[in-house]
Design a protein around this ligand. Structure first.
Ligand code: GLA
Length: 386
């Protein structure tokens, strides 16, 4: 349905037939939060909501970027470098085009039209989705010769250098390498990953959107990255490690005296313990022990709340309610935090009553309703037949 609508709108806006159609999903992270930029293990999977792109080259020497989700659009002449303008959504595709230019890849005029059904800025990687979608489509259409990992790196560079968020590699990696009914254990230092079967069978993967605008997210996120850098530098006085995830909880404890600032110590403690939780979580999923896996999800959440301090009343309300509801296996915030989305693994039979009760409870406490989606575990970015 979305591709048909997009093709139709593309012809209306640009007066030409589309030449390629592509889809890129969003992602949830099952466990391993705020770990990717610390060089450890994360466990994301791609979901079935995402972003569509219809494109075609043009002869006008212009880059034209539009979306059915936003009024703002861009029309600029092709040049060899591009600049970010304000906080507009089209900076994401523009940034990708700019990174291709930095890599010596230039192309002529191009018409791009996007549509996404991912809630924007909700921790489901709407930005990695549009960046990878753009990179994948241009690479495919113009045969630029990047492999999948090259596209992941390009999207990360776009986010870090063009958009200005120091995010890690997890999101672009997850939406490129995601695969149906599979979660991945990704080592963010080596970029090796191991697929782990994640068949939901009698469970539902629920995504609960707090609808909390997370305006502070970018600055707070960068602050956490900085705090981890400070912890690493202090530990480096004695421990010759490249990143925080090379430190075990026991080593951190032994060297606690190096970190006198309690806030910095709490950040480091979350990181080293969360990294260990991912190892345990992967073993539990492989052993089909979803109940014990769910318990780790709660532990992860409470660590993000107490030690890393990236949760908030909205996410906590969802997780604490879920923990008390029979039939919920596990729940936690997912993504950067400060609002955004929580996830819950819920038994199928329990889901209708749980979701109704959660909506009421949340509205009573927070003052407005959350949205609840059920997601499949899906494939990564792809080309769609025209
Ligand atoms: C955001 C970032 C990711 C990751 C998560 C937290 O989604 O884009 O790189 O750091 O936050 O785990």
């Amino acid at each position: 349905m979305f591709p048909e609508l997009l093709k139709h709108e593309f012809e209306r806006f640009y007066n030409r037939k589309p030449a390629g159609i592509y889809f890129c999903p969003g992602r949830v992270n099952l466990i391993g939060e705020h770990i990717d930029y610390n060089g450890g293990l994360v466990m994301p999977c791609a979901i079935n909501m995402g972003t569509y792109l219809v494109m075609a080259p043009n002869e006008s020497g212009k880059i034209r970027i539009r979306s059915l989700n936003f009024e703002d659009h861009l029309e600029i002449p092709v040049t060899d470098r591009y600049n970010k303008t304000g906080g507009f959504w089209y900076n994401y595709p523009l940034g990708v085009i700019d990174r291709f230019s930095v890599g010596g890849q230039c192309f002529g005029g191009i018409d791009l039209l996007y549509f996404g059904n991912l809630p924007i800025g909700s921790g489901l990687s709407s930005s990695a989705s549009i960046e990878i979608l753009t990179a994948f489509a241009l690479n495919d259409y113009f045969q630029l010769g990047y492999d999948r990992l090259g596209l992941v790196k390009l999207a990360k560079e776009t986010e870090n250098h063009f958009i200005g968020v120091n995010s890690g590699v997890m999101d672009p990696f997850a939406v490129v390498f995601g695969s149906k009914d599979t979660a991945m254990v990704l080592n963010c230092q080596t970029l090796n990953y191991k697929p782990v079967s994640f068949q939901l069978h009698n469970h539902i993967l629920a995504i609960i959107n707090t609808h909390k605008p997370h305006k502070l997210a970018e600055s707070k996120y960068n602050e956490r990255v900085r705090e981890c850098g400070i912890a690493l530098a202090l530990l480096n006085q004695i421990l010759p490690v490249e990143n925080l995830c090379q430190v075990t909880p026991c080593e951190l404890h032994m060297h606690q005296h190096l970190i006198s600032d309690i806030t910095i110590y709490k950040r480091a403690l979350h990181v080293v313990e969360e990294n260990e939780r991912v190892i345990k979580a992967a073993a539990l999923l492989e052993a089909n022990n979803i109940c014990a896996f769910g318990k780790l999800m709660y532990q992860s959440h409470y660590s993000l709340k107490e030690l890393y301090e990236v949760s908030g009343i909205e996410l906590d309300t969802i997780v604490e309610f879920s923990e008390g509801w029979e039939g919920v296996i596990g729940a936690r915030m997912t993504g950067a935090g400060f609002g955004g989305c929580a996830i819950a693994l819920v038994e199928k039979d329990a889901f209708p009553a749980y979701s109704n009760a959660l909506v009421d409870f949340y509205e009573d406490r927070i003052g407005y309703k959350p949205s609840i989606y059920q997601s499949a575990v899906s494939d990564g970015v792809s080309w769609l037949p025209c």
